[in-house]
Design a protein around this ligand. Structure first.
Ligand code: BTN
Length: 231
């Protein structure tokens, strides 16, 4: 349960700042208005211009949990619905899409006995570099500037009860399935080892993606990136 949010104006990466608080063994959130070296999944850079929300949750889960990224995605979706956004979806493993474009990315890293869940949400960003042509922001979609610190508080408020529930009884994944896009669609799954084409068959109870590959075999992926093929 996160009771404290520690706010910064500029850090290197909120993931690294969160690590510095590990000795307290207290679950906290660290946010910053800018990052000099934001990190994305698979060693990518997360461009962290002003106007974005950069947040890391330092967590000490009691059991080994594979579904923290999923909880974070669900918390984000609930907050965005509270702000009256619709057309929200989750592209496995943990991109939140708004109007079919990426509005939020999530990364979870293990550090000693902690999990640090990093959330990058495009709030008031108006332009993205050309190579991020599938990105969007809350400002682009609504025309409005929103209060970033207010959203940080809402995210933590939505995350806490989901996290408690998960630790007590496991997550009821059914609610999440309503938001998943891509089932039945053609994709490529890109992992550090390979690129495999197929059709998304389902999302398993443990949040793994089940892919029907080109020879009809169902393969299970716990991590990877999904590249959408013609949809
Ligand atoms: C992705 O690749 O989609 C995940 C992006 C995660 C970015 C967030 S921003 C806050 C936190 N600090 C970082 O350096 N990365 C995460």
């Amino acid at each position: 349960m996160i009771k404290r949010i520690i706010k910064f104006k500029e850090v290197s990466s909120t993931q690294d700042t969160a690590k510095r608080f590990i000795h307290k063994q207290e679950e906290i959130a660290v946010s910053s208005l800018r990052q000099k070296r934001g990190r994305g999944r698979h060693g990518r850079t997360w461009i962290s211009q002003p106007g974005g929300l950069y947040l890391s949750l330092l967590l000490f889960p009691r059991t080994k949990l594979t579904s923290i990224p999923l909880l974070a995605s669900l918390a984000i979706i609930k907050v965005l619905e509270d702000y009256d956004f619709s057309k929200l979806s989750i592209l496995w493993p943990n991109d939140v899409l708004l109007n079919n474009r990426k509005v939020c990315g999530i990364i979870c890293e293990q550090y000693k006995n902690a999990i640090i869940c990093g959330i990058g949400l495009n709030v008031n960003i108006e332009n993205f570099p050309q190579k991020l042509n599938n990105a969007t922001s809350l400002k682009i979609e609504s025309g409005k500037d929103l209060d970033i610190n207010g959203i940080v508080k809402q995210i933590v408020g939505r995350f806490n009860p989901l996290y408690n529930e998960l630790q007590k009884q496991g997550l009821k994944i059914k609610e999440v399935l309503n938001y998943i896009v891509g089932i039945g669609k053609s994709v490529e799954i890109i992992t550090s080892k390979s690129v495999i084409k197929g059709i998304v068959h389902d999302i398993d109870d443990d949040w793994a993606l089940l892919l029907r590959d080109q020879i009809g075999m169902i393969r299970k992926f716990y991590y990877g990136d999904v590249r959408r093929l013609s949809w």
